[in-house]
Design a binder for this molecule. Sequence first.
Ligand SMILES: NC(=O)C1=CN([C@@H]2O[C@H](COP(=O)(O)OP(=O)(O)OC[C@H]3O[C@@H](n4cnc5c(N)ncnc54)[C@H](O)[C@@H]3O)[C@@H](O)[C@H]2O)C=CC1
Ligand SMILES: O=C([O-])CC(=O)C(=O)O
Length: 310
Amino acid sequence: MKKITIVGAGRVGETTAQILAEEELCREVALFDVREDVPEGIALDIVQTAPFFEFDCAVHGSNDPRILKDSDLVIVTAGFPRKPGMSRADVLESNVRVIDEVTDHILAYAPETMVLMVSNPVDTLTYRVAQRTGWSRNRVFGQAGVLDASRMASFIAQETGFSARDITTMVLGGHGDTMVPVPRFCTINGVPLSYFLPEDRVEAIMERTRKGGAEILALRKNSSAYDAPGAAVAAMVDAIVNNRRRLLPCVALLEGEYGEADIAMGVPCVLGEKGVESILELELNEREQADFTQSASAVRSEIERLRDIR
Ligand SMILES: NC(=O)C1=CN([C@@H]2O[C@H](COP(=O)(O)OP(=O)(O)OC[C@H]3O[C@@H](n4cnc5c(N)ncnc54)[C@H](O)[C@@H]3O)[C@@H](O)[C@H]2O)C=CC1
Ligand SMILES: O=C([O-])CC(=O)C(=O)O
């Protein structure tokens, strides 16, 4: 992949840019932000780490949206993070305005690109971008489940003492308090989680995962998470640029899968060079499906609020 543009040179945008450059996941990382001079400053700072990390990927920043030209992938991290005590949905109205403006830049300057949404509430804003662009669902998708699954894996690692490298987890649904961790699909090097942990501990880990973003926000105080979010976005980028066809939970537009349509939310997807190549429809048990449906209602109520925003 030649060029990746990150829109929103804030905490998540900067962390992501640094990882993309370090891992040489493209030849050029571009940063766009409305804060005067800031994207140029961040780009310069990242470029100066090149001798340490031994990369020669170019990094540029600008306040001019024409920097989006020729992007193969645009990652959108622009907009307001929530503050302690708020839900992600509480920034919907403020962030829709930002995202509509960003989408118009994408349509004007990068009409051939794929779009990876990060800004919250990510399910509803992914839906908004898909509606406004009219692009096919392989090209417009979002990051949530990769992060939520990594949180769940880290909690399981702490609880069991096993390496996080050996832990595979699955979190579906909307990226909010109704997200759906699925312990039935979690293993430690292929061994089901239930072999190691009793049900009440698994339930506690599921609950901590659902509140994982809020836990960090409460501790960091002036910022929501950005280290693990940046790494999660980079993992998705790696799957795309290397055409790995990884099975990852992504925010995707549903067309009947899991009994839902006209909505974007987290489902297991095959992620490769064309973006979301397909959606895997797992057979959920009764509780998992009920939780997924409840999560879809929460996302749908946000999507309904979009109608009142001009
Ligand atoms: N999907 C996920 O898993 C995660 C999503 N997020 C979300 O990502 C977003 C960014 O979070 P942070 O980086 O911590 O926030 P931040 O406040 O550090 O950065 C946001 C940046 O967006 C820029 N911006 C605002 N309006 C813009 C516009 N019209 N065009 C271009 N840039 C614009 C701001 O100037 C700022 O630099 C938030 O909505 C947050 O909730 C954060 C972590 C994980
Ligand atoms: O908690 C937030 O608002 C940011 C986010 O989405 C996360 O860290 O999961």
